[in-house]
Design a protein around this ligand. Structure first.
Ligand code: PRX
Length: 637
């Protein structure tokens, strides 16, 4: 055993869990001893869920990058921290040892400083999955700037909304990004976003694709030129800036059921302890193992389980620039074989997509290095679970089904690989420190087993969100107001006869499309921007590969009459406003929408129709005009 807090038996799990509930402060006090602090805490926890106000390790000072980099130098400075596999398998891969990574992070800290970035500033990162993204994220953390990474699939408008909300004055981007056979012109998208964001002072541009870019004098600088300046200064070290435990580390925007995405804020100390503890225990990481998480750093999974969790544990983390099906559907397996990866952590949507190609792409690959498989982001259906188990894990690798959210910072419910039992399509048991409660509509806790309800958490864990950026009230109403003294997850859940949890999906108006969280209201707002659209309603429906597809019912005043062209126009509008990931899969033109007399759209009915139900649509007598339902059913796609 290498990590003092590693749980290696079921009995040890039970014991740790019990301790974490009986005496949380002592439990976390012991675990936190195994991190590097500039100054230790004088109190472990102070909280209430009414404001809410959550503070862990009060009075402590630290810099998360000292845990992720500096403290590993003596023992494993020459071991790989990041292995980077490019999009094109013909291009050379890169390996950064801990020593090299620290060097590059310090170098880039100087670049940030030379360009005016200081502690507390918001820095937006809009880059592809290149090692420099990891370097830039860590450099922000080291200098104390708050990073806000935006996934490369978001549109200029989405970027602008996030920049305005965070008042981010600094941007780090690339000329372009490679994804499969596509080249995405990132800098040009940033330029479009910045038309609305005159407050942005500097844009640092990394060369990746050599896509032509226009550089604005005084505002835009090249990454490479800035690095040269630091080199001429002799590459001085950059001491990590002292951060208070509860200073913000990053903002990550995520969709809710209403309005624009909200900026979830995570803070330094709690997030560090939580991501490291869960990384080691869920995946049962052992020194020397190669951890391959296929997520993008634009999402929380990439933050917590490509970067912070693994690096803080001194692990080797594999970062992949491309997509699972290019140049062919054997890409993941080829990468596992090439680096002898030991852990593979991916999304059910990727598994289902790869499964649809059959077993051919797996046949000539040597996957015997794999020890642990993981899934995240959406419920995994049993068929996909068994395929993953039999054909990828060859029935020798435990599968961890990890349930968590952007807001939770790290995994909350999961089996521990090979230590606690798995159950297909169940996330199983809560991690130490996590106290799940199922509640009914009235907010009453549902006790006992073999029950289902809305999933809440009744006690804080170190990695939980602290606020939503610039709008604490929004944080309160979204997560802490539905049920008094509980954090509400937005998920439905059941608990089986043995106390295992199975997440059944969102109970609010949030869709989960290919593991991406999208608010129905956001998609509707985007559709409604199209000049021909009068009104729209968006719901999810079951989709074989994506998990959920997007079904839009649209009232449209057609000008040119060609329905297919109109559909394309609307989809294009959504792409422009949000990004291609939010494009509806189906658009049905309707004359009216089912509304109550008070004007509320009855989504329940639309959801049933989208799911293929035509008969049992429930009570329609309260509708203003029940006839619209028949029309919609008749026109179903
Ligand atoms: O509905 C749950 C689903 O994904 C939501 C969180 O999405 P996001 O914040 O984008 O984070 C995704 C990566 C952590 C949850 O509310 N979800 C996540 N993991 C699982 C899941 N649903 C079922 N099983 C899971 N393992």
């Amino acid at each position: 055993m290498f990590y003092p807090y590693q749980i290696t038996s079921e009995a040890a799990y039970e014991k740790a869990y019990a301790q974490s509930i009986e005496d949380p402060e002592n439990f976390w006090n012991d675990i936190a001893q195994h991190f590097h602090w500039k100054k230790k805490w004088n109190k472990v926890l102070e909280w209430n869920f009414t404001e809410p106000s959550i503070k862990w390790f009060l009075g402590a000072q630290l810099n998360i990058t000292e845990n992720c980099l500096d403290r590993h130098i003596a023992e494993r400075g020459h071991e790989p921290a990041i292995i980077w596999e490019p999009n094109d398998p013909e291009e050379h891969h890169r390996i950064l040892t801990y020593k090299e990574l620290l060097f590059k992070v310090e170098q880039f800290c100087h670049v940030l400083q030379n360009n005016g970035v200081k502690k507390g500033d918001r820095v937006c990162l809009y880059m592809g999955m290149v090692p420099e993204l990891a370097i830039a994220v860590l450099a922000c953390a080291r200098i104390g700037a708050i990073h806000s990474v935006i996934f490369g699939g978001f549109s200029a408008q989405s970027i602008a909304d996030r920049l305005v909300d965070a008042q981010a004055e600094f941007i780090i981007t690339c000329d372009g990004a490679f994804r499969g056979n596509k080249e995405i012109a990132l800098k040009s998208i940033i330029d479009d976003a910045l038309i609305q964001c005159r407050f942005v002072k500097k844009v640092i541009v990394l060369t990746r694709t050599r896509t032509p870019v226009s550089m604005i004098k005084g505002r835009d600088v090249w990454w490479e030129d800035e690095i040269k300046k630091v080199e001429t200064q002799g590459n001085p070290p950059f001491p990590a800036v002292t951060m208070e435990a509860e200073d913000p580390l990053f903002i990550l925007y995520t969709s809710g059921s209403t309005g624009k995405p909200k900026g979830v804020v995570h803070t330094c100390a709690g997030y560090m302890v939580w991501t490291t503890y869960t990384f080691v225990n869920v995946f049962q990481y052992n020194p020397g193992d190669i951890h391959f998480c296929t997520a993008d750093i634009g999402w929380i999974t990439g933050h917590s389980y490509i970067l912070y969790g693994p690096l803080s544990a001194g692990a080797t983390t594999l970062m992949f620039e491309g997509i699972p099906i290019w140049p062919d559907a054997g890409r993941f397996w080829q990468i596992v074989e090439k680096y002898r990866a030991n852990i593979l952590y991916t999304a059910p949507t990727a598994i289902r997509s790869l499964m649809s190609f059959g077993n051919g792409p797996l046949q000539d690959k040597d996957l015997h290095s794999l020890k642990t498989l993981g899934t995240v982001g959406e419920p995994i259906n049993e068929e996909a679970w068994h395929w993953y188990n039999e054909h990828v894990g060859q029935k020798k690798c435990p599968i961890v089904d990890t349930w968590w959210q952007t807001e939770t910072g790290g995994i909350l419910i999961s089996n521990l690989a090979g230590v606690t039992p798995a159950k297909p399509s169940y996330a199983t048991k809560p991690l130490p420190g996590v106290q799940p409660v199922l509640v009914n509509e009235k907010g009453e806790s549902i006790e006992g087993n073999n029950v289902s309800g809305n999933l809440c958490i009744r006690f804080p864990w170190p990695g939980m969100l602290r606020t939503t950026y610039g709008d604490h009230e929004r944080c309160r109403t979204n997560y802490f107001a539905a049920y008094p003294n509980l954090y509400f997850t937005g998920d439905g859940c059941l608990r089986d006869e043995n106390g295992n949890y199975r997440i059944t999906g969102r109970v609010d108006d949030v869709l989960n499309v290919s593991g991406h969280r999208i608010g129905t209201a956001e998609v509707e707002n985007a559709i409604n921007m199209h000049a021909g659209v009068v009104e729209s309603a968006v719901v999810g429906y079951p989709h074989d590969i994506k998990g959920q597809g997007i079904y839009a019912f649209v009232i449209y005043t057609s000008s040119h009459g060609d329905e297919n062209l109109s559909r394309q126009d609307i989809a294009q509008t959504v792409s422009r406003v949000i990004g291609a990931l939010a494009k509806p899969d189906k658009i049905q033109f309707v004359k009216g929408l089912p509304k109550t007399r008070s004007g509320k759209i009855m989504r329940r009915i639309l959801r049933k129709i989208a799911e293929g139900e035509t008969q049992n649509l429930g009570d329609t007598t309260t509708l203003l005009d029940p006839a619209v339902v028949e029309d919609i059913v008749a026109g179903r796609l």
